[in-house]
Design a protein around this ligand. Structure first.
Ligand code: 1GP
Length: 221
């Protein structure tokens, strides 16, 4: 996981043809993450799992609903939304995950992600009842995840919007033990290359459904 530079995120609530799934899985990306904000159900996660599972690629379920946890994934990422006003999204969901699936933690299948959701227009920002963050807030969360509550992943989430490059560089400078995930608004090969030069792992989502050719070009050569 430490070596992942690029991952695609597939939304179980969105349609992608079988051919599209094949091209994503054979693209040379380092991992495929299954996750979304709305309409994530056991059935649509299962359907996507069945399509991806035959390919030789690390497969991650990003858990957003305990009812939609499908067995068989290589990893289960459990997000903790650090800038949520609501404890449910910071701690209670993780607690629930450990109550139900805690035995998997010993096999290192469950991985905690410290999220900071920046884009106020993002569905995830609204669903998890986040408060808007300043640059100082974001750097504070990065330090918190690196030093105080050491977590394996800090996820700077701009979902749907490109982040500020200078700020992304400042976040990267705060993280050494913690793996830096960036996601949001990657719409071209050039943007992908720029971000890949700064963060540990870049996540590409929406563009898969809008323009798969461009999405495939975001994978590093
Ligand atoms: C979403 O961070 C991912 O959770 C990717 O963002 O969909 O904007 O590429 P985009």
């Amino acid at each position: 996981m430490k070596q992942w530079r690029h991952a695609f995120k597939l939304d179980p609530n969105k349609y992608l043809s079988e051919e599209g799934v094949r091209r994503i899985c054979e693209s040379g990306t380092d991992a495929v993450i299954v996750g979304g904000t709305d309409g994530v159900t056991f059935d649509n996660v299962w359907n996507l799992f069945e399509q991806i599972e035959p390919y030789d690629i690390p497969l991650v379920l990003e858990v957003s609903d305990m009812e939609a946890v499908v067995p068989g994934f290589d990893y289960y990422f459990v997000p903790s939304v650090l800038n949520s006003k609501d404890k449910t999204w910071v701690l209670d969901m993780q607690h629930q995950a450990m109550k139900m699936y805690g035995d998997m933690v010993e096999e290192q299948l469950i991985v905690s992600e410290g999220y900071c959701i920046v884009n106020e227009e993002a569905k995830a920002f609204q669903k998890t009842n986040c408060f808007p963050v300043t640059e100082e807030d974001i750097l504070g969360y990065a330090r918190l995840v690196e030093h105080l509550f050491p977590l394996p992943i800090f996820y700077l989430e701009y979902s749907g919007k490109m982040g500020d490059e200078t700020l992304i560089r400042k976040v990267a400078a705060e993280l050494s033990r913690t793996q830096f995930f960036y996601g949001g608004g990657i719409q071209s090969k050039e943007e992908a290359e720029k971000i890949q030069g700064i963060v540990d792992t870049m996540i590409v989502g929406n563009i898969i459904y809008e323009d798969i050719e461009t999405a495939l070009q975001t994978v590093p050569e």
